[in-house]
Design a protein around this ligand. Sequence first.
Ligand code: PMP
Length: 360
Amino acid sequence: MRVYNFCAGPAMLPPAVMKKAQQEFINWQNLGVSVMEISHRSAPFLELARECEASLRRLMNISDEFEVLFMHGGGRGHFAAVPLNLHQDDAPGVYIENGIWSCGATKEGQKFTQVEAIDIRRDQDGVFDVLPVSQWALPDNAAYIHYCPNETIDGIELFDVPKHPTAPIVADMSSNILSREMNVDDFDLIYAGAQKNIGPSGLSIAIVRKTLLERKGLPRPAILDYAIEAQQQSMYNTPPTFAWYLAAEVFKYLESIGGVKAMEAHNKEKAALLYDYIDSSSFYLNKVAKHCRSLMNVPFWLHDESLNEQFLAQAQEHGLIALEGHRFVGGMRASIYNAMPIEGIKALIAFMEKFAQENS
Ligand code: PMP
């Protein structure tokens, strides 16, 4: 039996993609072998890779000014790759901090380069808020500006993109890539671990402005070198081929249902339904200021936290799994990525209503 899986990642994938993968699992393209049993340099796989990149370029409207790289190392791999590739001797890497993942990126960056962290969080009487982009005090001299437009754990999303006259803008889109329309030209480097909106874990994606590849940076492992990955068409070493194949299937599927524009409408409808219910309830609470609430990750708390265990156990009995909040923040969290259907949100709300009635 399939359940509604609210896991923050690895997250649910579109059932249509999973079924197709199952059908061709041991015999892909009538080759008599699985896609994971063939060489990444074989013609069928190279064609898969070419079409996967083309599909992502269409979905995100990525111009020829950018390289699209398929890499190992997840989101955290890029926490290291960014300073290693973009370091400059005379300018700090600037890190905007708005939650647990962006702070993690700062910490990793500090190992390699000089860092200036700018904390934009504001706790207004228990409401988590962030300074709007227009009020960020960005220094003139910066090697790059790193930020995380969707904080997966904190449930904070930034909808405006920062601008800087000289420094490249680097975005960790691990948990909101492909969730809504974004103008790739506003960025210089976008990266994401795959395991939320792209495919299974093991793969990460970097979309890098070609001019950035000229930076000398610091000595670094070849597998974290964006220029080498670009030269080698992401095949400097053996890539995670099965994850890459599934990503290609997810992209194809997204295109077939109307692309990112359709996904955005779907995601906004889902998030509005859930936040409206939480706001209207005196039993549950969301602590994030409305203008920066994530469309992808909805943390919520029971006013009576002694009921948490009971809530989670009963949710599971109702086929609603992985609702426990991250261990750093507690409470609950519903991750509602692209693949979560609106029926899943309705089922969650129906359960939350019932639980509230029975325990008020
Ligand atoms: N950045 C963000 C925004 C994330 O949500 C995560 C993982 N949940 C990471 C980075 C780290 O990704 P990984 O585990 O793939 O290294």
